[in-house]
Design a protein around this ligand. Structure first.
Ligand SMILES: Cc1cc2nc3c(=O)[nH]c(=O)nc-3n(C[C@H](O)[C@H](O)[C@H](O)COP(=O)(O)OP(=O)(O)OC[C@H]3O[C@@H](n4cnc5c(N)ncnc54)[C@H](O)[C@@H]3O)c2cc1C
Length: 434
């Protein structure tokens, strides 16, 4: 029988006797501490440059930090050991993701950044041998970057089976035509994984395929980096609009079978959402620390500190409780994925997606309010979080879409038990009989 400590080493919280173990293996705790210290000492000092310099000018320093990360054996925390990663369990990855997220640059320095991490996962699971050699290996090595091009300006991204971009087969090639936007990190990427309709007559979930399009393909035009909340960004920190015009790529660039694009996207998004959620928990933790530090440091008058005000105390207490609750629900969803798979865990995944995003934004907002003008300024990382993380409630499924997934699943149980409705009507009937 597996020991509790073996289960904990896997990052799991369940014991075989059905009880729950909230402890984390000491090796994992040590790893998180070491990585946390590295982020604080090496990555935090680069942060103030994010708002004032182009991302490319940070790259020399980030590249040398990547070298240090490799030396320490922390490269690719989300990837199995046989592919050059740390070989962590899903739960451990989630915990590492929280620590990396304390800086907007953390994931990048460990080569665990979106959208590359998701693309690596897709190529690892669904890529052909040739695709792995040509695209996955340099991605894992950190030599190139990639992007994922699905959302279109003229179609609701919330309906992933309704796309306009077409890939028409001509002999051994696909010819792609269409317009995409919010393709994150396309600026400087070596290739895009494009979701395009290959068979418009097929059932909706079988219409599209995922196709690799190198960004130097003729007809691939990066129209612009979209300015978001006053910032167009650059390189990895940007979101592009892209025009695909008669882009020709070999059929061998298709990932998986024709019509398999939607199911691959689902496989990519489930665990990816857990990673996002743990990233948001990490952001909330960082905002929380900044808020608490300011509360004890800031004097409203000599000797009269902000921490003595009940409003601030309420924010601190509520934030502490909400962050801890969020972390547990995300880890629980991850635990369910580990045990039962992404499909079985989809209600839990949807529930954490909208609750954790909302929690994170609320904590960031409270922290900004606590700091006053300093919180709005780019002297503090909070303004970066505020600007860039509002999107958390929109990408990877808008809040409302996830809420309807949760509600549908919950209601299904009631629909299959009509007696519940009858019971609810009974008290009145009984009363009238008495
Ligand atoms: C910062 C950022 C990065 C992104 N990165 C990428 C990327 O790398 N690649 C990529 O392909 N896409 C990316 N996206 C796009 C993202 O996936 C879409 O924005 C998302 O799917 C929502 O689609 P939409 O914007 O077209 O909104 P719509 O589908 O038009 O929805 C608009 C609003 O309608 C409401 N709504 C929608 N459906 C329902 C429903 N069923 N019930 C109730 N209300 C509903 C919601 O409030 C929603 O916010 C990114 C977006 C952002 C903001």
């Amino acid at each position: 029988m597996e020991s509790v400590s073996a289960a904990a080493r896997r990052g799991s919280m369940d014991r075989r006797d059905g009880s729950v173990d909230f402890s984390i293996a000491s090796e994992t705790v040590d790893l998180l501490k070491e990585i946390g210290a590295f982020i604080e000492e090496e990555v935090f000092p680069i942060e103030p440059r994010i708002g004032t310099e182009a991302f490319t000018s940070l790259l020399p320093d980030l590249t040398s930090l990547r070298g240090l990360v490799r030396q320490k054996g922390w490269w690719l925390p989300q990837v199995p050991r046989e592919h050059g990663g740390m070989g962590l369990s899903f739960m451990q990855q989630a915990m590492v993701s929280e620590v990396l997220a304390r800086s907007p640059l953390g994931h990048f320095v460990f080569n665990a950044q979106a959208p590359d991490a998701g693309n690596m996962e897709v190529l690892l699971h669904f890529g052909s041998k040739a695709q792995k050699t040509r695209w996955l290996e340099p991605l894992l090595a950190g030599e190139i970057r990639s992007c994922f091009s699905m959302t279109e300006p003229d179609r609701a991204g919330s309906n992933p089976v309704w796309l306009e971009t077409r890939a028409v087969r001509e002999g051994d090639e696909y010819v792609l035509n269409g317009r995409k936007w919010f393709t994150s990190s396309a600026d400087g990427a070596a290739f895009a994984i494009v979701m395009a309709v290959t068979d418009p007559e097929a059932p909706p979930h079988r219409r599209a395929s995922q196709i690799i399009v190198p960004t130097d393909t003729e007809g691939f035009e990066r129209v612009r980096n979209i300015s978001c909340m006053g910032d167009s960004g650059s390189d990895w920190m940007s979101h592009s609009e892209i025009n695909y015009e008669a882009c020709r790529v070999p059929v061998s660039n298709r990932i998986g079978e024709e019509g398999g694009g939607f199911s691959i996207a689902q496989a990519r998004l489930g665990p990816g959402r857990i990673h996002h959620c743990m990233r948001w928990v990490g952001i909330a933790e960082r905002a929380f620390e900044i808020m608490c530090q300011r509360a004890v440091d800031r004097e409203l008058a000599p000797g009269d500190r902000l921490e003595s005000r009940q409003t601030i105390q309420n924010w601190i207490a509520e934030s502490r409780a909400e962050i801890d609750a969020a972390r547990l629900t995300v880890l629980h969803a991850g635990w369910q994925i580990d045990r039962e798979g992404t499909r079985a865990a989809r209600t839990a995944i949807s529930a954490v997606k909208f609750t954790v995003a909302r929690m994170m934004l609320q904590v960031v907002d409270r922290a900004i309010q606590t700091l006053g003008a300093l919180g709005i300024s780019d002297d503090c990382v909070l303004s970066h979080f505020y600007r860039h993380e509002r999107a958390a409630r929109i990408y990877d499924g808008a809040d409302e879409v996830h809420k309807s997934v949760v509600a549908r699943q919950v209601l299904k149980r009631f629909r299959s038990k009509p007696s519940v409705g009858r019971e609810l009507r009974q008290p009145g009937e009984q009363l009238s009989k008495r």
